[in-house]
Design a binder for this molecule. Structure first.
Ligand SMILES: C[S@@+](CC[C@H](N)C(=O)[O-])C[C@H]1O[C@@H](n2cnc3c(N)ncnc32)[C@H](O)[C@@H]1O
Length: 261
């Protein structure tokens, strides 16, 4: 399954976002954190690469940003959402071949999308090109093995059903990102955030685990999908019955800001 198919519907992404919002151990707002690191030098035009549901672009307006806003994504559903919202211009495209001239933007953001790109260095060079020498670029990625408990649960059930259990997400994680940013930008600042998802009951855990299946290439029309979901449900229900405590899963991410000056 391609990344475009994975994001043909935004529903699983929305479930994952809602889960992080509701079940994080400590209050956590990655969109606000990115904004806070950039706000001093946002300038007049911002591009959000891999804009997904477009909430960041909408919230930028609510935080008072009055510059030009553009959201680019390789998913038609994401671009349609941005266009319907009207807060920003929606552009269909690839992070490694941005359809914009050099220095077109003052700020470029790429939040939680670089691990989908097979050549992250090429994407970073594109971000730098369209941001220009006076611009700034913010990239966020998860740490390696984020939510390892949910990951293991999903991978066990995929293996039981003889399905591939390797995540399609690449290896651009918190450990790797600062190094590849430093190859492109002379000035790089990194900020790490550690947290955990805490599920009080099986239903929330099951919903989240099901919303992760697309990351493993399991499409919604797969004939074994129902059986995989039943396996996840059975295992999660059994775990809560046996342990009688919330399910706690560590997670974390890093935001890197790259600048030329
Ligand atoms: C995990 S979602 C993150 C969405 C949003 N940035 C957020 O943090 O909520 C990844 C997004 O990146 C998009 N994407 C993946 N690979 C891409 C590429 N090569 N070029 C542009 N967008 C891409 C996907 O379609 C999806 O909308």
């Amino acid at each position: 399954m391609s990344v475009e198919n994975e994001y043909a519907s935004l529903d699983p992404l929305e479930t994952r976002i809602a889960t992080h919002r509701k079940f994080s151990e400590r209050a956590d707002d990655v969109e606000k954190a990115v904004y806070d690191h950039l706000r001093e030098r946002l300038g007049t035009a911002l591009l959000d690469v891999g804009c997904g549901t477009g909430t960041f672009l909408r919230r930028l307006r609510s935080w008072g940003y009055s510059g030009e806003l553009t959201g680019l994504d390789s998913s038609s559903a994401a671009v349609a959402r941005v266009r319907a919202d009207g807060a920003a211009t929606g552009v269909l495209g690839q992070a490694t071949a941005l359809p914009f001239q050099d220095g077109r933007f003052t700020t470029v953001t790429a939040r939680h999308m670089l691990y989908h790109v097979p050549e992250p260095e090429a994407a970073l060079r594109e971000f730098a090109r369209v941001a220009g020498p006076q611009g700034q670029v913010a990239v966020s990625v998860n740490r390696a093995r984020t939510v390892p408990g949910v990951t293991a649960l999903v991978e066990r059930q995929l293996t039981v059903h003889a399905l591939p259990s390797t995540s399609l997400a690449g290896s651009t994680d918190s450990e790797r990102l600062p190094g590849i940013m430093a190859e492109v930008f002379p000035h790089v600042r990194s900020y790490s955030y550690e947290n955990a998802l805490v599920f009080p009951h099986a239903d929330a855990l099951i919903r989240f685990a099901v919303a992760v299946l697309g990351v493993y290439g399991l499409s919604v029309d797969s004939t074994v999908r129902r059986s995989v979901i039943e396996g996840i449900r059975a295992e999660a229900t059994e775990w809560f019955a046996a342990n009688r405590v919330p399910w706690r899963d560590p997670k974390g991410y890093t935001i890197c800001i790259g600048r030329f000056s």
